[in-house]
Design a protein. Sequence first.
Length: 47
Amino acid sequence: MKPKRATKDEYNESYDNLEVPEELNEKCIVNKVRVVLEELCDSCMKR
């Protein structure tokens, strides 16, 4: 069985506290910060 990819929105309060590294702020303007988590479902982990 091939692992399936799923996209879902997850909220965690700690994500609100992420800061853009200062060296990036010096080079450009950051408009948006995203966190991407790649997960495996239980059945895929058992394989």
